[in-house]
Design a protein around this ligand. Structure first.
Ligand SMILES: *[C@@H]1O[C@H](CO)[C@@H](O)[C@H](O)[C@H]1NC(C)=O
Ligand SMILES: *[C@@H]1O[C@H](CO)[C@@H](O)[C@H](O)[C@H]1NC(C)=O
Length: 435
């Protein structure tokens, strides 16, 4: 009884999408394609030519930060960055790699100044996510000591830290829970943000409203996903999206959450329990070699929270034109002031996961098409990526734009000589040991 109905619905959806797609394709071939317009060109598509069409997509995406801010890059001994990377080059390709690429980018960026006296922002290149387990996941245990050590160093060798106690300094902290430095939420909350970073701007992948690990004024960024690798998996844009809902990943993390319900606050388990036998849902724990291709054949890609609300799926969904279905209550999305996430994606409350099928099948086809058109906007994709070399409008530029928008610094951040606000002896005792 149930199955014919689903099949019918899928067919109806697809017939409509394909019909409309063909129609649109012929009508406005230059600018509008629903299944992605990227397979035949590099990711750097000429952003300008399309921008008029997507004016609702947020013009700030194309802001040029050059001339709007100057950044001074502290020179640290290589044990804080390059040496760590040499020990484990996997740090270059994991989803925490933004800290490395941002450092490299800034070294040769026109916003860099060698004169700290004229700098608007100070940047300390510390690679805190590059101490990896055999499985390649970052261990955060030494990160607080390492960060403290770096801050101690810049505070004693240059006068700029003490001037504001870090209020004109920014740090890249891409750990699961950012500068709380733990991968388990409870422990992360228990630690809180490293006391010495209380006044600084944190550039982080973690984003959740009203969470102790996200400070006001932080900049939420996309996780690193390898641009070349994704590009090499592009399929022809005319291949229809024959998968309704797609997801690959864990539903349970038995190793770390044997009782269940804690991992992903139960949302992933609910996806599995409710939809494992539903023909509209192509969901599994197995990561196929065709993962990137499959996303280009799917209409909706689930982006549920895991241990943290963020994951690379969000970036992959945008790059592959698959409408992200965001299941992570209170998530703060990357560059939310520049990217119209509400228009691109579908937001489903964690408690509504059991109704996911009804929610998604009730979205009118014209709304799906509108979201797909927005997703096809090259500037949207560009903003999600950290390409080598950097390109205008990419994630590096969005970070700089975010920093530029925070200028000028309020005069109140400048301390009177000798004034101290931060407490150098606060925090867990283990963190106070030298690094
Ligand atoms: C900054 O203040 C600390 C004390 O909090 C002091 O040890 C350090 O020498 C000062 N840095 C400079 C460059 O004066
Ligand atoms: C700094 O933090 C430590 C540990 O929490 C506390 O014992 C000390 O009183 C604090 N110092 C100041 C000046 O607040």
């Amino acid at each position: 009884m149930r199955n014919w109905r689903w099949d019918f619905l899928v067919l109806l959806h697809l017939a409509f999408l394909l019909g409309t797609e063909a129609f649109k394709f012929h009508k406005t071939q230059r600018t509008e394609r629903i299944s992605g317009d990227h397979s035949h060109m590099p990711l750097v598509v000429k952003v300008e030519t399309l921008s008029w069409f997507y004016s609702s997509a947020g013009d700030v995406l194309e802001d040029d930060p050059v001339g709007r801010l100057k950044v001074f890059v502290y020179e640290l001994p290589s044990k804080y960055n390059k040496k760590i990377l040499q020990k484990d080059p996997r740090c270059l390709s994991h989803m925490f790699a933004a800290e490395i690429y941002m450092h490299r980018f800034l070294l040769s960026s026109p916003v860099r100044t060698l004169n700290p006296e004229e700098a608007d922002w100070f940047y300390t290149p510390v690679y805190t996510t590059c101490d990896l387990t055999p499985n390649g996941l970052p261990l955060p245990f030494k990160s607080p000591r390492m960060m403290r050590s770096a801050i101690q160093l810049i505070a004693s060798n240059w006068p700029y830290w003490n001037r504001t106690e870090g209020a004109d300094h920014f740090f890249i902290v891409p750990h699961d829970f950012a500068a709380c430095f733990h991968y388990q939420e409870e422990k992360a909350i228990g630690r809180g943000i490293l006391p010495l970073l209380q006044r600084s701007t944190l550039v982080q992948t973690f984003g959740q409203r009203n969470h102790v690990c996200l400070k006001d004024g932080s900049i939420t960024i996309p996780p690193y996903a390898p641009p070349q690798k994704m590009q090499s998996h592009f399929i022809p844009p005319d291949i229809p999206r024959s998968i309704f809902v797609y997801f690959r990943g864990l539903f349970y993390d038995v190793g770390n959450d044997p009782e269940g319900g804690y991992y992903a606050r139960g949302a992933r388990a609910a996806v599995w329990e409710n939809f494992k036998d539903n023909p509209l849902f192509d969901i599994s724990t197995e990561h196929p070699t065709t993962y990137y291709e499959d996303m280009q054949r799917a209409i909706f890609c689930l982006c549920p929270l895991g241990w943290a609300p963020w994951s690379p799926r969000l970036v992959e969904a945008v790059i592959f034109g698959c409408i992200p279905v965001i299941i992570a209550d209170d998530i703060v999305l990357p560059f939310a002031d520049a990217i119209p996430w509400e228009e691109i994606g579908v937001f489903v409350a964690e408690k509504d996961v059991p109704n996911l099928d009804t929610i998604l099948t009730s979205i009118p086809p014209e709304e799906i098409l509108r979201k797909q058109r927005l997703l096809a906007n090259p500037s949207m994709k560009q903003a999600m990526l950290f390409p080598q070399p950097a390109q205008s409008g990419d994630a590096f530029h969005q970070i700089l734009n975010g920093l530029a928008r925070k200028l000028p610094h309020d005069r109140s951040v400048y301390l009177t000589p000798g004034e101290k606000i931060l407490n150098w002896t606060a925090g867990p005792v283990g963190d106070l040991k030298p690094w």
